[in-house]
Structures are given as C-alpha cells and as structure tokens.
Design a binder for this molecule. Structure first.
Ligand code: GLC
Length: 562
C-alpha cells in the first residue's frame, strides 16, 4: 500500500483562465498563478489542482484539449509551467493536473487523422458509427442513438467526408476517445508518465467514469418533454471501468510515491466508490461524487428546488458511513462547474455572507475526507448578478438554453432563473484580488466581468482583517494539521431530522470533536447533551453564551476527552 499523505491534506483548485492575468490580455495565465503562490501558501493548502492548461480551442474553456503535452499559449509555455511547479514545490505545495481523456478536442491531430478516412489507422480511436439502419445519413433523427449531449443537442455529429457519425457526450468539439482500443490507452498512459516525469504530483481525472461504454450503444429512455434521451446507463460506470483504472494504475502509477489521484465521477454510487478507492484494488485515491450538489435538483431541470437540510445530511452521512472502513471521501462544495456555495446553501446578503461562508467551510472541512477549496471560496465569493443570456459565456449554459427555449418550449425567464442560480459561469468570474476596477485580476478587459461586489469582497481586504473568511479558512486548514481527529477520527452524524442544525462528532482514541452548523438565518438550539465544559476550538461568531444555542449561520467546534 502506498502512503496516504493526502488524508491530512487540503487541495486548492485553480481555474487558470479566471485566477490572475499577468500579461493584460484579460485572460488568466500561469505567470499570474506564480505571482499569487504566496496567497496560497499563507492559506496553508497542500496541493494545487490546475484546471486544464493545455493547448485548446477553448470551446469548453480548455476541457477540449488539442495537444496533451504542451501549454496553451494564452496561459504560457512549458518553461513557465516548470517555473510554477518549482515555485509550488519550494513552498511545500504539490500540483496535480487535470486529465481530460474521455474525449479530446476535434482539433487534436488524433481526431484529425481519425476523421480523414474510414481506413485511417486512427479511425477506431474514436466512436464512429453509420446512420440508424434504413435512414438517410445526416437526416434528422438518423443519429446512431437517441442520446442527448450534456451541452444540448444530439450526442452524435454527422461527418460528411466519410458519411458516418462520431460520438460526443459533451460538445461536438469534444469527440469521445475509444478506450476499447488498446493503442488509445497506451497513448494516454505514456502522456501521463511524461507529466509525472516532469515532476507533477498526480491527476484530477475528468469524467473518468464515462470512459468505458456499452459497445452495443443502445438507445436511451426518452422522458416526457425532452427531445433527446439520457444515455448515461450505457456510459456511467461502464463494463470495463474498473479494469481500465487498474491498468492505468499499473502502467502509470505503480512504483511512484507521493502522488494523488482523484476521479471525477458524476452518478457514482457509494458501493462503486468503495471499489474505486479501496487501496488494495489500485484504482484511484478518491472520487468526486455528485449527490450532495444534485440535492437541490428535481426531476424537472428547469425548476429550482430549495435545499432541504435533512436530505443533504442523509446524503453526506451515507457517503461518510459507506467509506468509513474502506476507501476515502473527497469533500467539496465548489468547483468550476458549481455555483458559489455561499449563494447556494448559505446566505450571500451582506448581513450573513461572511458568517454563512465560514459555517459552510467548517461543516465541510471537518467531515472525514480530503477537502477541496475552489478559488475565491476562501473569500466567500458569491454568484454573479447575471441578466440576460447574452451575459453568459459557458457552452453548457448557452447550449442548454437553446435546446430548452427553441426545442422544448420553455420560456426564457424560467430557464434564466435556473442559470442565474446554478450556471457554471458563477464560479468562473475572475478572482477578486483587490478593490481596483477589475478586482486586480487584469489590467485589460476581463474575458468575463468581475463581480461588482469585489469592492467589498477581495483578498487584499481579507488578508488585512483577522475576522475575514480568508483567515477563518486558514485556521480551519491549520486545525487539520494540529488536531489528528480531523483527518483520522471516526464520523457520527447527529440530529438527522433537524432541518436547521447540521451536527456530527469525530472521534479518535480519547479525543472527541463536536461540530455544529446552523444552516438558517434564525437562532437554533442543538439538542445535544453532555458537552458542558468542553473546550471551544473554533467558532465564526461570538461564542454561545450557554447551552448549544447558535446564532444565525453560526458554526461551533468543541473538543473533549472521553
Ligand atoms: C467535467 C468538467 C467540466 C467539463 C466536462 C467535459 O465535468 O469538470 O467542466 O465541461 O467534464 O470535459
């Protein structure tokens, strides 16, 4: 078994496009990351995850890669990348890369070759299929399956040159690689070894539970009101997924130490995650599951469902219990695909923003697992006040809007209401460094506007204020280092039926921690006995006067010996 140093670590995600722009072109870059390494070191994080920085047409902001072994010129060069890696390592921070190998860009030379003729040696590196039997190739409805793509429209694109379709679960500029072909797998493994040899410390694996597909590619079930079917039963956790991950481990990671692997797995179940993260099985160290960020999503995608705290607790409690003995959890509220958590599960009004951001951080970080902080989360950055659809840049928002409004008869306002609350661009507005015109992100024109609240919410002001979200996160991260029960303690959920209070204990040997968060804007009493006289380790507001009576959005952490 390899060492599991990452159980004691905190990971920080950088979305380079929106982090810091050093050359004034309005787009973040690697030099900008280098310039802010001290901010990250001061926060105390151990690992940086870089969203894709490879050459890319940027159709999906870099998740469409046209060359896996170079750096996107907008972001810098390999030399600057090496400098960044050295700068991070010098500050005791590791760097993991985003590995996007379910699909490549259609501008990758592999795909260019593949599409050039039906007998090209790389033809089979992607999923090519003829039109549906008896139908005219290219005609509406002639796609090989009825699946919709994640970004709207069908998941097949007709290619006139060879008269066949290729599969793209995401945009048509993201053709799916065919992992059934051993040459594809070997090419990916070689590329991964090349990065590890260069000194990177692991990978975050993009939609890695979609790489194995049911090769018969059956139609999916159509639901009322949608024009395309959900094909996910044929590609989520497919038949050869475990085999591929184990092969990858053998070919890439065996014999190397100190690395971190995390697989992004939408739709993964607890039971599957146990198998994926069991160290004896040699697949990945941890997975990103989605249940807790889908809790406010109903059967109708264009209806907002408010958070029900008991449902959130049931989900996270189930994941904690499921991976208690074997495997390991990742912990996250935010990433580049999710709206800002303080706007989503907290309260981003001036009165409660700071308290609720700290409360959410406390509850998340003190679960058992490895916490992930997404850039700006450590400042309590909020959703952006989006107006019309023309203000969105995200291919998902634009594609889903088009499908819903033009094909499925939804009104623009009902779709916009959901995009404003949940759209991915909320996470992608530039990092707020200071109160200058573009928040210190760029001296040029930012590719996506900076949130107007950067005048109040910014890193410079928070670093100077000991009561800020930033310094609270710093203390929270430090607690993982000073209190062993945070990383290693057992987890027990309390008060599962309480709609306001989130409460749990962590226990390691004779040390027990009690963590309580008030998920509401009113005072709440936590009905938990036996903690009188316990040591108060951390709170985001004035310590409770007596009993466990919490102010709106208050978090408290107690410690006692048992
Ligand atoms: C993952 C990424 C997301 C991207 C998609 C396709 O879910 O996190 O940003 O659009 O995969 O690569």
């Amino acid at each position: 078994m390899t060492d599991s140093w990452w159980k004691k670590s905190v990971v920080y995600q950088i979305y380079p496009r929106s982090f810091a722009d050093a050359d004034g072109d309005g787009m973040g870059d690697l030099r900008g990351v280098i310039d802010h390494l001290d901010h990250l070191a001061e926060l105390g994080v151990d690992v940086l995850w870089l969203s894709p920085v490879y050459p890319s047409p940027q159709d999906d902001n870099g998740y469409d890669i046209s060359d896996y072994q170079d750096i996107e010129p907008l972001f810098g060069t390999l030399e600057i990348f090496d400098e960044l890696l050295a700068g991070a390592h010098a500050r005791n921070m590791k760097i993991i890369m985003d590995l996007v190998v379910n699909h490549s860009s259609d501008e990758h030379r592999w795909f260019q070759e593949s599409r050039s003729s039906t007998d090209n040696p790389k033809r089979d590196w992607y999923w090519w299929r003829p039109a549906r039997p008896g139908m005219e190739p290219g005609a509406p409805g002639a796609e090989p399956t009825n699946w919709g793509s994640v970004f709207g429209g069908p998941s097949w694109e007709y290619d006139e040159k060879t008269g066949e379709y290729y599969l793209h679960l995401f945009s048509k500029k993201q053709p799916d690689l065919n992992w059934e072909n051993p040459e594809v797998r070997q090419a990916v493994y070689a590329m991964m070894r090349w990065w590890l040899d260069r000194g990177v410390d692991g990978f975050r694996m993009d939609v890695i539970n979609m790489i194995s597909k049911d090769v018969s590619l059956p139609d999916g079930r159509l639901t009322a009101g949608s024009v395309y079917a959900d094909g996910s039963a044929s590609f989520i956790g497919g038949p050869r997924l475990h085999e591929f991950l184990q092969e990858m481990h053998r070919e890439v990671f065996e014999g190397r130490d100190g690395l971190l692997t995390v697989g992004e797995m939408p739709g993964v179940t607890v039971n599957e995650a146990v198998l994926h993260t069991d160290p004896q099985r040699h697949e990945v160290d941890m997975v990103f599951q989605f249940d807790h960020v889908w809790v406010d999503r109903g059967p109708d995608p264009w209806l907002l469902v408010p958070l029900q705290l008991t449902a959130l607790k049931a989900i996270l409690g189930r994941w904690q219990a499921g991976l208690a003995d074997v495997g390991w959890n990742s912990l996250y509220w935010n990433n580049h695909d999710q709206p800002r958590v303080v706007s989503r599960y907290g309260d981003d009004s001036p009165a409660h923003r700071s308290a609720s951001a700290k409360m959410l951080g406390t509850v998340l970080h003190l679960h058992r697992g490895t916490p992930y902080v997404y850039q700006g989360e450590e400042l309590g950055m909020t959703n952006y006040p989006f107006g019309g659809i023309d203000e969105f840049r995200d291919i998902e928002a634009l594609g889903q809007y088009r499908q819903a409004v033009e094909l499925e008869g939804r009104t623009p306002e009902e779709v916009l209401t959901v995009l404003r609350a949940r759209g991915r661009d909320n996470a992608r507005t530039p990092m707020q460094w200071d109160d200058s015109p573009h928040g210190g992100f760029t001296t040029g024109t930012p590719w996506l506007p900076v949130n107007p609240n950067h005048a109040e919410i910014n890193a410079k002001a928070q670093r100077a204020d000991p009561d800020s979200v930033f310094h609270y996160y710093r203390r929270l991260i430090e607690l993982r280092r000073t209190e062993p029960a945070v990383a290693d303690g057992d987890f027990t959920m309390l008060l599962p039926h309480d709609e306001r209070v989130y409460a749990f204990t962590r226990r390691l040997g004779s040390t027990e921690l009690l963590v309580i968060g008030n998920f509401s804007g009113v005072e709440a009493h936590a009905a938990i006995d036996g903690w009188d006289g316990a040591e108060l380790l951390l709170t985001n507001l004035e310590p409770p006067a007596g009993g466990l009576c919490l102010a709106p959005w208050q978090a408290v952490v107690y410690r006692r010996s048992v």
